[in-house]
Ligand binder design. Structure first.
Ligand code: UDP
Ligand code: GAL
Ligand code: MN
Length: 338
């Protein structure tokens, strides 16, 4: 009788424990399933985010499986932004609601002003971070030659005079110092984010708020599919930009992030450039080599795919679903003669 009672009791306990374990497994399983798949369902199914009535961190709404042929995440889990991975409306709603402010820096020194600035700005007004508070900072040696561009409400343009360095390499490299100074004296008081662009490019499609991140680097269109050993890092051990290995080859035509992060990046690059000058060396691709070193040491939190800066000369463009920005044609001889 006693034994029967105990057997019955332990049977009951085992059953209860079994039910409890099942419940725990169910909850854990659902949580994993939810965070891994459900949060990216709306973008995968092309549904408006509003139809998904849970508040989810925006990073979890990215659909990393949308582009199976290309890499969509780095080894340190930073997203690489490709068309199809994100819901543009979701991003815009969030950043417009937060009244996010973005400084866009662009240099148009010497012949680059007449050759590129107008196209850069007018195309940016059609495609770049529409609806956000954007301030263009145009750095030029010829402020009086900057033509008036009609800007949308909430958008401003400031022209800042800079000196013209003799060599084009210095014009390019010294941007790091000018941007750092401008962040310190002006930008950080007005803008949360800073994005720095080469001027020799034209916007062709949406370049939206999904590009914003704490620290943002761009994959170079010519190298995103090539193996590491082809990357044109600086290989001279005498230069501060010297690199033996790296993650990706980044293109200096666009970089950005929170203003304090861009300040750190530009300070780092400028001091490395100056140290090289003292040692009589110049990195292979100038500021771009130092930028690659910086992003090797301080991993970017978001990468832009070459959809964000494409060279139309590249014949195999099958990965490029949306051309957001293209390299403008360049007459090197005419632009770079002194
Ligand atoms: N730049 C300029 N005037 C010059 C050389 C360079 O304004 O004489 C600026 C301009 O914004 C340009 C950037 O520096 O886009 C980088 O130079 P460039 O585009 O010629 O370098 P590349 O893209 O060919 O490496
Ligand atoms: C070229 C580009 C340069 C530099 C170089 C790096 O295609 O015009 O600006 O980025 O690649 O190898
Ligand atoms: Mn350029």
């Amino acid at each position: 009788m006693k034994r029967q009672f105990f057997t019955a009791m332990s049977g009951l306990k085992v059953r209860r424990a079994g039910i409890f374990c099942c419940l725990v497994l169910l909850v854990v399983g659902f949580t994993c399933f939810y965070s891994r798949y459900l949060t990216s369902l709306p973008s995968a199914l092309n549904l408006p985010m509003a139809s998904f009535r849970v508040s989810t961190p925006i990073i979890n709404t990215l659909n990393f499986r949308a582009r199976p042929v290309v890499v969509t995440r780095t080894s340190w889990k930073a997203p690489i932004m490709w068309e199809g991975m994100f819901d543009p409306n979701h991003y815009d709603q969030m950043y417009i609601k937060n009244q996010t402010s973005v400084a866009v820096t662009v240099f148009a020194v010497g012949r680059y002003l007449d050759a590129y600035l107008k196209t850069f700005l007018t195309s940016a007004e059609k495609h770049l971070m529409l609806g956000l508070q954007v301030t263009y900072y145009v750095f030029t040696d010829l402020p009086e030659n900057v033509t008036n561009i009609k800007l949308a409400p909430n958008r401003n343009l400031k022209v800042i005079k800079v000196e013209k360095h003799g060599r084009w390499q210095d014009i390019s490299m010294m941007r790091m110092k000018t941007i750092s100074d401008a962040i310190e004296s002006e930008i950080r008081h007005h803008c949360r984010y800073v994005f720095c662009f080469d001027v020799d490019q034209e916007f062709k499609g949406r370049f939206g708020s999904e590009a914003l991140g704490d620290s943002v680097a761009l994959l170079h269109a010519w190298f995103y599919k090539l193996p590491n050993n082809t990357f044109t890092y600086d290989r001279n051990p005498k230069s501060k930009a010297f690199m033996q290995a790296g993650d990706y080859y980044y293109h200096a035509a666009i970089f950005g992030g929170l203003s304090e992060n861009v300040k750190n990046l530009t300070d780092y690059c400028y001091s490395s450039i100056m140290e090289d000058k003292l040692n009589n060396v110049e990195a292979l691709w100038h500021d771009e080599s130092h930028l690659n070193k910086y992003f090797w040491l301080h991993k970017p939190s978001r990468l832009l795919s070459p959809e964000y800066c494409w060279d139309p000369h590249i014949i195999n463009n099958s990965d490029i679903k949306v051309t957001r920005l293209i390299w403008a044609p360049k007459n090197y001889k005419a632009l770079r003669m002194r």
